[in-house]
Design a protein. Structure first.
Length: 126
């Protein structure tokens, strides 16, 4: 198993969060694009670096998205859908790359899709 160093875990609901001004959308978007590019799989070492990057972006965006969701009407269909998706994102942060190239590619792509969703929830792309 390959060990990776991880940034601190995201703040829980109700804890202090960064403001949306600290979100560097072009940098996050570039990492997402790199992760979702079609073609031959990158080397495992490259995936390790990309996973660390996307993990960090997810940690930055997750509390912002949770805060944005908390401003929705609780128990509405939109709130419930987003809340479930945010729980999935939080769970994805606990998964590592695994030992193989296939599992590493899957995890990196999962984190990239999570970042895409979080950007829409935070609405900083507009």
């Amino acid at each position: 198993m390959h060990a990776t160093t991880r940034p601190p875990e995201p703040a829980g609901p109700g804890q202090a969060t960064a403001d949306t001004g600290s979100v560097d959308v072009p940098t996050i978007r570039a990492a997402i694009d790199r992760a979702l590019v079609r073609g031959p799989s990158p080397r495992y070492e490259e995936l390790v670096d990309l996973e660390r990057l996307l993990h960090g972006h997810t940690i930055l965006l997750l509390p912002l998205a949770e805060s944005a969701n908390d401003s929705q009407w609780r128990d509405s269909p939109d709130w419930e859908e987003r809340d479930a998706r945010l729980r999935d994102v939080r769970d994805h942060l606990t998964h590592g790359l695994g030992d193989g190239l296939l599992s590493a590619v899957a995890q990196v792509r999962r984190l990239a899709r999570d970042c895409e969703v979080l950007l829409t929830y935070v609405a900083v792309e507009r």
